[in-house]
Design a protein. Structure first.
Lengths: 222, 525
């Protein structure tokens, strides 16, 4: 099988990825300062920066959702149980024996089954938990005399604790993600791909080399 | 063509934005600007009292001056005699008690305990010439002391222990001709010295406020806006707005910062949101008793010690009394960081004769009500004054001792130094039972701190409260505060999750590296 440079991550996708990773890192950094874990910017500036980053993050999410829906790329994230065991086996045993990756990376299926599951969980659970609790954190109202009783929030405690849990999960993801990016064909090939968009992949079907949106459909995904 | 239209459109938009922005700044001065302008204009007086013939007659007594005042101000006596300053009590609704008359005349405080039986001495701060021994104020309007509030010559002085009369040596004509709007000196002569000395009671009101610097009080600074007490404590028919919760119970007639500065005085929305739950004073008065010490603790139980049969005093290095035979031992503090409590504007009080439920715990003489969940409550700064005062352990009531008398032998503690006779006489004066037994118990009073406002630059910062260590609000635990609070379960769990994850990654990476080297060697073989 021949190898070929394939354009796997499109411009917006790369922009979205790096923007999102920067924002998540920055939000976590300022967020844990607000949480009282350490002092760096000072509480007031940490809150300000965190709030600005929040709006940027929400804006980015809106664009990302639009892009995923209109391009059909969201289908990449539909989780599957197929090959999960093989993928786990690879990380626990195969990787030490220089075994090949159990699943093939292609333009139409660029995520391995574990990635699908993890990213799906992030998109469906962790990020919504973080954003919802974060918005409530920003906009929760003290009991106010003339307001609508039903939307008064009596205590910030649960909002804050859920926001912290989401943040811890995101940090856990970030660390794992940073490590696993070194497990590509070479240590840096995944990073390079996310920077340039191009990655050297097995040239299975030359017909699909050119990306054609009409071909993007569930049948072609595993 | 298209390009030109787009460029023109963008340019037009910029112009509109710029004009809108700039003109907004021109037409809308900030609240502070408006206030500064308003209070920098000093109104000239409308009349010159020195020109009135009636005030040029030789006055031999202060009552004659009052009579002369009433000649023109002929409806004023009625107002004054309805006022709290005259009656020393006012109608108040207190939770669990209903409507009562509450004031200096019947409350117990943490300092000289109470006025009953001691009127002759206490009346030095009454706006009249004498209250009788039963505490009933005279009904003769010529006993109104107009001068103590309206003297602008700064020479009027009340005599000690004369039931409110001034020194007889004063030049009443000079004083009468000087009268005008009360100044800081008029109010301060009583309110700065409450409790028997400078800054004993309030902590935020002391003689440094006669001519304060900007460091002491940003509003009243004589080198700044130079506000007078009555600029905020406005008066309607001789009733002065604002009150202190040592003697008040209801949430009305309060003076607030908002009356000038509005509910949303900050440019920053996050700060403005704080005003729903945090009183301005909490951040803007970082410390009180800035210039002179205030009394924090008063222990009556050590009073009465004599040296060679004579009372004596001991002072600290700043000149504050630490011991007085007549009063006991004291602890003073300067630049005090306030305590913080929730407060909704209502309070309840211990009144003479109330049964003490639990004599082993400190008795709070004026309980300020409020909590996080209460819509009306805000966090306010307070001075908590602690005392040890005499109580009757059999009847379980605080003792109002007789402290003052003209001479020895009348049972007054300040002359005879005998708790037994002073308590028996004092309780007889207020008409309460006395078992003959005397014990001492801790009592607390809460004094809201409202003055000695710091400059904007010296205001508290976010992390004065939003911090895990030494938060100023560490004692207010009935709510979750970012930066201070956290779930220890989540934080500990999260910490270990991340530590284990990193260890796992390091292990994985090491094995990967070693096996990679091994495979490489095998291949090269």
């Amino acid at each position: 099988m021949s190898k070929k440079q394939v354009y796997i991550y499109k411009g917006f996708e790369r922009f979205w990825h790096w923007m999102q990773s920067t924002l998540i890192f920055f939000l976590a950094f300022t967020g844990f300062e607000i949480h009282g874990t350490y002092t760096f910017f000072g509480f007031r500036d940490a809150v300000r920066y965190h709030n600005v980053a929040t709006y940027m993050f929400i804006g980015l999410i809106v664009f990302a959702i639009f892009w995923h829906l209109t391009t059909g790329e969201y289908k990449q994230y539909i989780p599957t149980l197929k090959n999960i065991k093989a993928q786990l086996n690879y990380y626990i045993f195969g990787i030490f024996r220089n075994a090949p990756h159990p699943t093939k990376k292609t333009v139409l299926s660029k995520l391995n089954p574990l990635q699908k599951l993890t990213y799906f969980g992030l998109k469906i659970l962790v990020i919504p938990l973080s954003v919802t609790s974060g918005l409530l954190y920003m906009f929760y109202r003290y009991p106010s005399k003339h307001g609508v009783e039903a939307i008064n929030i009596q205590t910030l405690q649960f909002i804050a604790i859920f926001h912290t849990i989401a943040a811890i999960l995101l940090v856990t993801f970030l660390i794992t993600h940073l490590y696993l990016l070194t497990t590509g064909e070479t240590v840096t090939s995944n990073l390079k791909a996310m920077l340039t968009g191009f990655e050297e992949l097995d040239d299975e079907d030359p017909g699909q080399e050119k990306i054609d949106e009409h071909v993007l459909s569930t049948q072609n995904l595993d | 063509m298209k390009k030109i239209v787009v460029i023109l459109a963008i340019f037009g938009l910029l112009v509109v934005l710029a004009v809108g922005n700039l003109s907004q700044k021109d037409s809308e001065p900030t609240t502070i600007d408006i206030l500064k302008e308003k209070y920098s204009k000093k109104e000239p007086p409308e009349v010159d009292h020195s020109k009135f013939e009636i005030l040029q007659h030789k006055f031999n007594s202060p009552q004659e001056v009052t009579k002369a005042c009433e000649y023109c101000h002929n409806m004023t006596a009625h107002q004054v005699m309805q006022s709290d300053h005259w009656n020393w009590e006012r109608e108040e609704y207190v939770q669990g008690r209903g409507v009562i008359y509450l004031g200096k005349s019947n409350a117990i405080n943490n300092f000289c305990i109470g006025t009953r039986g001691n009127e002759k001495s206490c009346a030095k701060c009454h706006i009249g010439y004498g209250i009788n021994d039963e505490g009933i104020v005279y009904t003769d309007s010529t006993n109104i002391d107009c001068l103590v509030c309206h003297d602008n010559s700064e020479t009027y002085v009340k005599a000690p222990e004369k039931g409110g009369l001034p020194l007889s040596t004063l030049d009443f004509n000079k004083i009468a001709e000087s009268v005008g709007k009360p100044k800081r000196s008029n109010c301060g002569v009583c309110h700065f010295f409450g409790g028997g000395g400078n800054n004993v009671k309030h902590g935020d009101l002391d003689m440094a406020m006669f001519e304060p610097t900007m460091d002491v009080d940003i509003h009243m600074a004589s080198d700044g806006m130079n506000l007078q007490c009555v600029d905020c404590h406005t008066t309607d028919q001789h009733n002065i707005s604002g009150k202190v919760y040592s003697l008040s119970s209801m949430n009305h007639d309060r003076n607030t910062c908002e009356q000038c500065h509005t509910d949303t005085p900050h440019e920053d929305d996050i700060l403005n949101e704080h005003t729903l739950k945090v009183a301005c004073q909490s951040c803007h008065i970082p410390t009180y008793a800035k210039a002179n010490s205030t009394k924090m603790y008063w222990d009556w139980s050590t009073a009465g010690k004599l040296k060679n049969g004579e009372p004596y005093e001991e002072d600290d290095s700043l000149g504050n009394h630490t011991y007085l035979s007549i009063k006991g031992s004291f602890v003073w503090e300067r630049n005090v960081v306030p305590d913080y409590v929730w407060f909704n504007g209502t309070a309840s009080h211990y009144l003479e004769g109330d049964i003490i439920q639990d004599t082993t715990k400190p008795l709070i003489l004026n309980q300020l009500h409020g909590s996080y969940s209460d819509d009306e409550s805000k966090i306010i700064p307070v001075k908590i004054h602690i005392a040890k005062q005499p109580f009757d352990p059999i009847n379980r009531i605080l003792i109002q001792p007789k402290l003052y008398a003209d001479k020895k032998g009348e049972g007054a503690f300040w002359k005879d130094f005998n708790w037994q006779t002073a308590s028996a006489e004092g309780m007889k004066d207020v008409g309460l039972p006395f078992s003959g037994k005397i014990s001492f118990m801790k009592t607390e009073m809460y004094w809201p701190i409202n003055h000695m406002v710091a400059s904007k630059e010296n205001t508290l910062q976010c992390n004065s409260c939003h911090t895990r260590e030494n938060s100023r609000l560490a004692k207010l635990t009935d709510f979750y505060m970012p930066g201070r609070d956290y779930s220890s379960l989540v934080d500990t769990g999260g910490k270990w999750l991340i530590i284990l994850l990193i260890i796992g990654i390091l292990l994985h990476a090491t094995i990967r590296f070693l096996s990679y080297r091994k495979i490489k060697k095998e291949v090269s073989k």
